[in-house]
Design a protein around this ligand. Structure first.
Ligand code: S3P
Length: 167
């Protein structure tokens, strides 16, 4: 058994699905963003606003590589986690990665009223343009996951099936 990392863009459902799944499968759930907030003692928004994105990315890398993830844990990563410092390869090497791939249109729809994600509210581009640009840039990292689930309505049972296969 190895830890399972859920990968995907903001709004793809990593935290919701991961949490529900961990209850059903009786394993532990961890949200990487929360671990970073605990370690730094600051919210993600404050980190971006006061220290800048690079500071956040360094802390993200630090927590990811130094946390002792139990073999039975499910981890929701941040949308940018796989795209910096070789993090995707690192996660692939210590666990299994599952990309929750939902369409650009569905993401825009889910994110349009979001007020708490700093990358979105600090944005000069229109949401549609920004999401399109980011998804294009990030796709090569996300697609490098062990498993890809492609659907705008990803079912918990689809993720569970993969985890059962792995374990
Ligand atoms: C980010 C996504 C966020 C969080 C940070 C940066 C990104 O996590 O890590 O705001 O770069 O896409 P969620 O994907 O959980 O929103």
């Amino acid at each position: 058994m190895t830890p399972v990392f859920l990968i995907g863009y903001m709004g793809s459902g990593k935290s919701t699905i991961g949490y529900e799944l961990s209850k059903m499968m009786k394993c532990s759930f961890l949200d990487l963003d929360l671990l970073i907030e605990e370690k730094v003692g600051m919210s993600i928004s404050d980190m971006f606003d006061q220290k800048g994105e690079f500071f956040f990315r360094e802390k993200e890398r630090d927590v990811l590589t130094n946390y002792n993830f139990s073999s039975r844990s499910i981890i929701a990563t941040g949308g940018g986690t796989p795209c910096f410092f070789g993090n995707q390869n690192f996660m692939n090497s210590i666990g299994h990665t599952i990309y929750l791939k939902i369409s650009y249109h569905a993401l825009v729809n889910r994110l349009k009223d979001d007020k708490k994600r700093p990358l979105l509210y600090n944005q000069k581009l229109k949401l549609e343009e920004f999401v399109f640009k980011e998804i294009s840039e990030r796709a090569e990292y996300y697609e490098n996951s062990h498993y890809v689930i492609e659907s705008d309505n990803i079912l918990i049972s689809q993720v569970q099936e993969i985890i059962n296969k792995i374990r």
